[in-house]
Design a protein around this ligand. Structure first.
Ligand code: PAF
Length: 284
């Protein structure tokens, strides 16, 4: 398949979008920060089933990184990303510069609450979801796609974006992509390249422990007991645990006693050395 059209400016994206619309074609957006892996490609494949045209944005968004985080070393692999996207038939790549997205004098941000303030990622990365919400609302308004897709791997991010789109009446359907895992269970992530060989060997434990927690809940364990078990097992395995929490799957609110039929999600964030891993699974 041919190389996707590379669009560097909002004007070029809008012109292409307009051309698609005139041809009667729908468009789906896959927002990414590049360093694409099979998980991202699965999102592109899914969006191609939902829309006539697929555009992938590649933008390492500075506003969602705190000063002590990995913005400067975040993997940037643009040529490889393009190659992979040509192989699966993405139609266009929107790759703006920081100046294009945040021109001098930029002064407007989106403030999020609800699922963005539930004591999970937000407790450890307090400015993160504001940055995500601002850039995602810009991308949605720039591209005006019929649908956009986000991976369940970043489960709280997905909940925040769904909520924001609903609250701000942004006319787009938000789709969720299933987490893609390595053969040993580790959730694919662009940050997995930071792991040393020893850490990489340990990392799948996070998924095993999530499964163990879900199993305990299915067998009737109390939520607090399952969380405590998970935290202890992670610590024994060598992780520094930020959180492991069983939450309502939609609101991400804490749950003491699940209601009959209530969907629960188990979410975890833990560090191996300097690499912070996040993962989540359905609990029931
Ligand atoms: O999940 C990501 O890669 C980013 O947070 C996103 C949604 C592309 C916004 O920068």
């Amino acid at each position: 398949m041919g190389q996707p059209l590379v669009l560097r400016s909002v004007a070029a994206l809008r012109a292409w979008r307009q051309q698609c619309r005139r041809a009667g074609e729908t468009m789906g957006l896959v927002p990414t920060m590049g360093a694409l892996h099979v998980g991202h490609l699965s999102l592109v494949n899914r969006i191609r089933q939902e829309a006539d045209r697929a555009v992938v944005s590649i933008f390492v968004n500075p506003t969602q990184f705190a000063p002590n985080e990995d913005f400067s070393i975040y993997p940037r692999t643009f040529e490889r990303d393009l190659q992979q996207l040509s192989e699966i038939g993405a139609d266009a790549v929107f790759a703006p510069t920081v100046q294009e997205m945040y021109p001098d004098g930029f002064a407007t941000t989106v403030t999020v609450a609800g699922p963005a303030k539930v004591g999970l990622e937000d407790a450890f990365r307090p400015t993160h979801f504001g940055g995500v919400a601002t850039v995602v609302s810009k991308l949605l308004l720039q591209a005006l796609p019929e649908c956009a897709i986000f991976g369940e791997k970043d489960y709280q991010q997905l909940a925040v974006i769904r909520h924001m789109v609903r609250d701000l009446d942004i006319p787009v359907e938000i789709l969720a992509g299933l987490t893609v895992r390595e053969a040993d269970g580790l959730a694919m992530s662009s940050r997995n390249v930071y792991l040393s060989p020893e850490e990489r060997a340990l990392a799948p434990k996070i998924q095993e422990i999530l499964q163990g927690c879900a199993e305990k809940l299915r067998k009737g364990s109390a939520i607090l007991a399952a969380e405590t078990w998970g935290r202890t097992e992670l610590a024994i395995a060598g992780f520094e645990v930020d959180y492991i929490a069983v939450r309502d799957a939609a609101s991400l609110a804490p749950v003491d006693e699940p209601r009959p039929g209530q969907s629960l999600r188990i979410l975890v964030a833990a560090k191996l050395g300097r690499t912070r891993l996040i993962d989540n699974i359905a609990a029931n």
